[in-house]
Design a protein around this ligand. Sequence first.
Ligand code: HEM
Length: 255
Amino acid sequence: MNDSLINNTAVGDTTNHLVNGATNMLSSDITILNQFLFGLVPYIALTVMVVGSIIRYDREQYSWKTGSSQLLESKQLRRGSIPFHIGILAIFVGHFVGLLTPNAVWHALGVSASTKQLIAMGAGGFFGLICFYGMVILIVRRLTNARVRASGTRMDIAILLVLFAQLILGLGSIFVSVGHLDGQEMLKLMSWAQSIVTFDPTTAAASIASVHWIYKLHILLGMVIFVLFPFSRLVHMLSVPMKYIGRNYQVVRRK
Ligand code: HEM
């Protein structure tokens, strides 16, 4: 009986050892994947975006445009495009300031992490819904208006749907943030973004390792948007026509 007890214990030890070994291997694989996705992919995506945009600007000036379909249909466009642009530009500024301003600055301004989390959820949610309203109109228009559809490209539809999916993930993340009102998850996301721009990929990947998958998916889709940027009409963002504001009027007749 003692022999079988010893044997069972030995088998148990071996099994534990194997399970621990497999768990360690799995967790080191996950760490490598995490390092790759959140430490390396952002640099690949940003390089494609910057280099791709420079090449397109240099070689294909005539394709550098918004690709406006206003001449084909303007009523629905105005109803969708204005809220879409108000929402997405506000979200863009919010992301830029919110993710890249060092925590020490927020601290000096007297804004605590939990207050900042509430502002991100409130302002992001408000402008996200405005953007959502505009995007639904734009997507319906692009898919159902025969003239608009015929004149557009597959990329026009793809980029709209990718932005829409990104918006849904962003809005979805607000529900997860409700469970982290102390702002600690947001500090990890800020640390990721700030470590990326200060060329510290190891800290970036480590900062984000434990956050909810919805934030991770949102960030990865953001990287997809960066990659698609030079191949889509998104390039028009780099040509904001500020000169329009100061130039003389032009008379444009309808017929
Ligand atoms: C392109 C790169 C992007 C990155 C790296 C990114 C990253 C993030 C992160 C980390 C959060 C969570 C912030 C927090 O809870 O403190 C967030 C939230 C959010 N994102 Fe993005 N995002 C990107 C693009 C976009 C785009 C294009 C949209 C809209 C189409 C968008 C819409 C939202 C919304 C609505 C929220 C929730 C409200 C907020 O916290 O502002 N994001 N994003």
